[in-house]
Design a protein around this ligand. Structure first.
Ligand code: ADP
Ligand code: MG
Length: 602
């Protein structure tokens, strides 16, 4: 069987992993990083950028840089979550014809699965380069609370990226797999997942290879971004008081500041003190202004402690929801990049009264677990049967606008139920079925998944036709419906009006557009590679220049400085020819330096 990868399609960062012969290989992207920002940017000249390159230009190109679209997946424009995101997002969020949330860039509308597909395609390409094989199949992780529409949307994203999504796995289940929890063991675990923009706490019961999500809780607007924002606020305020310059008015300065704030936060997870140094950040009439500041870990902690403490209330809620006490928890697993922050680890340890398990890199755990699931499916890992449960009850609308449950939540999937439908009037030619998902008693308060019409019912008095309808939820948590006329024993036709998601035609159209993009996608990979090489050479040249400056003539030194400066400018451009040229020139300079250094040795 072909290689099957595991993918964490995250709100902030995505990660792809291949599990082979008992080893998880987290696959680096073209720039060498093991996670890829889930960001897609559209430049004024029509280029599409994905990942790190998109992130680096986000603030300078805010309307056309799309991020956190996972929040929009499978959601209606009118839902509170989407409305809230719309208030703060610098890009435009709109409603598509069927009411689904979408984004608009340069006047073109993109569905969330399309944006997700751009990211997935980049991950797929990295995986193909890494394995030197064609990757067709993937296991993709989604939050445990994702409903049918959100799971469908995720699967559509895979399809649009040319990936067949073999299985959708719940993120906390994937994390549990990555932490080595398998078929033999049993217990109750807490999976604490603090990412870039969201916090999720899940309480899972597992035994005999079945994972049951007992409760999930969290905040879809709490994460690393909020920590970075706090730090930025402080830096901006002190810069304002020192220089009287408001950095908020300068998008380029703001981008550098945001990057520096995140970098400082990350560094403070391993060291006690770091220096934020942004030379030539901005300028006024008196000349250039630099930002330089030492930051101690304790300062960062004081600035952000209240945000971390907010997660604990959700942990309490989740425990109550699951009906378990802290003492019954057998393990606490950390997931999400933010859990590398020592304050987070301390806070979690204190609340649960035990050290959390940190044996797996938390920002890779979900991808690693998805890859293990992929290996299980492709037969690479022995007889482990792993099952998830239906996350939300499935039912139909019945008289009086009430939801009647057919499949309750937390039932192990795959599962199916059968109902008999009939007519309520004489000679009624069709029966309407409205399928719902959710826990609320009234139909209107739950998510509408689809409306089915049983059509072509043979003329009969009311109550006579008997049509058997089977609702099945597969291992991915995705619904399908079949109907059979018990009188004629024939398949009964169904007319499906999905209330959300992409139509088959829309998917076909997007796929054919993707083909047109293939060439430019390839160029972006090459560009990223070129930029990486150039940046590397600038770095080494700068260092060796310091040591060899005494042996070089004035004019040589001047030439090298010119080449370095042009190199720096070229890396910031999106111009491949310029970068290639700068690389050639800088290589000559580097060669000259090496020459004099070795002459000195000889
Ligand atoms: P998501 O699940 O939202 O896609 P991730 O799990 O990748 O996100 O977490 C991303 C967040 O983790 C970012 O805010 C990032 O700055 C933060 N992060 C990554 N590494 C570290 C670290 N070593 N210390 C602190 N925060 C980190
Ligand atoms: Mg995540």
């Amino acid at each position: 069987m072909d290689k099957v990868v595991g993918i964490d399609l995250g709100t902030t960062n995505s990660c792809v992993c291949l599990y082979e012969s008992g080893v998880a290989h987290v696959i680096p992207n073209a720039e060498g990083s093991r996670t890829t920002p889930s960001m897609v940017a559209f430049t004024p000249d029509g280029q599409r950028l994905v990942g790190n390159i998109a992130k680096r230009q986000a603030i300078a190109n805010p309307q056309n840089t799309v991020f956190a679209t996972k929040r929009l997946m499978g959601r209606k424009f009118k839902t509170p979550e989407v409305q809230r995101m719309q208030m703060t997002a610098p890009f435009k969020i709109a409603s598509s014809d069927n009411g689904d949330a979408a984004v608009t860039v340069h006047g073109k509308r993109y569905s969330p699965p399309e944006i997700g597909a751009f990211v997935l395609r980049a991950l797929k390409e990295s995986a193909q380069e890494y394995t030197e094989a064609t990757i067709k199949d993937a296991v993709v992780a989604v939050p445990a609370y994702f409903d049918d529409a959100q799971r469908q949307a995720t699967r559509d994203a895979g399809r649009l990226a040319g990936l067949n999504v073999l299985r959708i796995i719940n993120e906390p289940t994937a994390a549990a797999l990555a932490y080595g929890i398998g078929a033999e063991s049993s217990g109750t675990i807490a999976v604490y997942d603090l990412g870039g923009g969201t916090f999720d706490i899940s309480i899972l019961d597992f035994s005999g290879g079945v994972f049951q999500v007992k409760a999930t809780h969290g905040d879809t607007f709490l994460g690393g971004e909020d920590i970075d924002a706090r730090l930025m606020d402080t830096l901006i305020a002190s810069f304002l008081s020192e220089t009287n310059i408001d950095l908020r008015k300068d998008p380029v300065a703001l981008q550098r500041l945001k990057d520096a704030a995140e970098r400082a936060k990350i560094e403070l997870s391993t060291v006690d003190e770091t220096e934020i140094s942004l030379p030539f950040l901005t300028a006024d009439a008196s000349g250039p202004k630099h930002l330089r500041r030492l930051l101690h870990r304790s300062e960062l902690e004081a600035l952000t402690q209240d945000l971390i403490i907010q997660t604990i209330a959700h942990c309490e809620e989740a425990l109550t929801g699951a009906g378990v006490t802290i003492e019954q928890i057998t393990d606490v697993l950390l997931v999400g990049g933010m859990t590398k922050m020592p304050l987070v680890q301390r806070t979690v340890a204190e609340f649960f009264g035990r050290q959390p398990n940190r044996s797996v890199n938390p920002d890779e755990a979900v991808a690693v677990g998805a890859a293990i699931q992929a290996a299980i499916l492709s037969g690479d890992v022995g007889e482990v049967v792993l099952l998830d449960v239906n996350p939300l009850s499935l039912g139909i609308e019945t008289a009086g606008g009430v939801m009647t449950k057919l499949i309750p939540r937390n039932v192990t999937v795959p599962v199916s139920v059968t109902e008999i439908f009939t007519t309520s009037e004489d000679y009624q030619p069709l029966v309407n079925i409205h399928v719902l998902q959710g826990e609320r008693p009234l139909a209107a308060d739950n998510t509408s998944l689809a409306r089915f019409e049983l059509v072509g019912i043979p003329p009969a008095l009311r109550g006579v036709p008997k049509i058997e309808v089977t609702f099945s939820i597969d291992a991915n948590g995705i619904l399908s419906v079949d109907a059979r006329d018990l009188g004629t024993k024939k398949e009964q036709s169904l007319r499906v009006r999905a209330t959300s998601g992409l139509t088959e035609q829309a998917i076909e159209r997007i796929l054919s557009e993707a083909e047109q993009y293939q060439e430019s996608d390839r160029l972006h990979v090459e560009m990223a590679e070129l930029r990486r090489r150039l940046a590397g050479l600038i770095y080494t040249t700068e260092r060796s220049l310091a040591e060899s400056a005494n042996y070089l003539t004035e004019s040589e030194l001047a030439q090298i400085r010119v080449d370095l400066e042009e190199g720096r400018r070229a890396t910031e451009s999106a111009d491949m020819a310029r970068m290639a040229n700068a690389l050639r020139e800088l290589e000559k300079s580097a060669f000259r330096i090496t020459e004099v250094m070795y002459k000195d040795l000889a």
